[in-house]
Design a protein around this ligand. Structure first.
Ligand SMILES: [Fe+2]
Length: 143
């Protein structure tokens, strides 16, 4: 996977504020991981690793819930399919093995970083954008 920094850019916005706030939150977690990798995980503690994993699990849960609620309320045409993608992401995050991560934080964090990166490029910037466009048009029509 190519090198990517979690620097937020305005063209990544869905223009649905609550979703953008949450997407930025994911980038913040991504940047925390970058920081740790930059020093090759030197001095990184088990508590810090656990913090990253917990934040990601929380994120997958609250963000999926919020986005699915918005999609459902707006009657988004791709709702079911989109929901399935969230379930796959959540289950990937659930599978992060804490003892293994503790054993080799650098390797583990690289894998997690790649997973988030893949999610950003394959889901957030494509599927979420597609969904947000339809929802924005739907809201405009309702006005
Ligand atoms: Fe999504």
């Amino acid at each position: 996977m190519f090198d990517f920094n979690f620097d937020w850019r305005p063209d990544m916005e869905t223009k649905i504020e609550v979703l953008d706030q949450q997407h930025m939150q994911l980038f913040r977690i991504g940047r925390d991981i970058e920081q740790m990798l930059r020093v090759r995980c030197m001095g990184v503690t088990e508590i810090q690793l656990l913090g990253i994993v917990c934040e990601l699990r929380d994120y997958a849960a609250y963000h999926s819930y919020q986005e699915e609620k918005i999609m459902k309320e707006a009657g988004y045409s791709g709702y079911e399919e989109h929901k399935k993608m969230h379930a796959v992401f959540s289950s990937d995050i659930e599978k992060i093995n804490m003892p293994k991560l503790k054993e080799n934080p650098e390797e583990g964090l690289k894998l997690i970083k790649n997973k988030i990166q893949e999610w950003v490029f394959e889901h957030m910037l494509i599927e979420d954008m597609k969904m947000a466009e339809e929802i924005r048009n739907h809201l405009k029509l309702k006005k």
